[in-house]
Design a binder for this molecule. Structure first.
Ligand SMILES: [Zn+2]
Length: 120
């Protein structure tokens, strides 16, 4: 195994841990904010539905949590597809330093600069 393969594996492990922790936190917050009728309903709910629910709740903390969950979920999906570490826009490899800073980073540096320029 090369050094970068070891780093990617470590990043993916971190991501999976973040995914579990965030899903738990999201469910907990949704329950606290009584967005669902019961604890049973939340256990059977689809993660994407929970994310949608949290995003449309207009509760700032919950909204941020949902955005983070969505990002980490997308990254975990990319691991399953064997696309982890590739930019979602240009499909180039994302700089390893960026991934170390945020394992769920979906874009390379150039594309992030590009989208900042266009959206802000
Ligand atoms: Zn890119």
């Amino acid at each position: 195994m090369t050094t970068s393969e070891a780093i990617y594996q470590q990043l993916q492990t971190t991501l999976e841990q973040q995914h579990v922790a965030l899903a738990k936190e999201l469910k907990h917050e949704i329950l606290l904010d009584t967005l669902v009728p019961s604890a049973t309903a939340i256990k059977t709910a689809d993660l994407n539905d929970l994310i949608m629910m949290a995003k449309s709740s207009f509760i700032p903390d919950l909204f941020d949590l949902a955005i983070r969950m969505e990002k980490v979920d997308a990254a975990v999906c990319s691991v399953k597809l064997g696309m982890y570490g590739l930019c979602v826009d240009c499909e180039e490899e994302i700089e390893i330093d960026d991934l170390l800073e945020d394992p769920a980073q979906p874009r390379c540096h150039a594309c992030r600069d590009h989208s900042r320029y266009h959206h802000d």
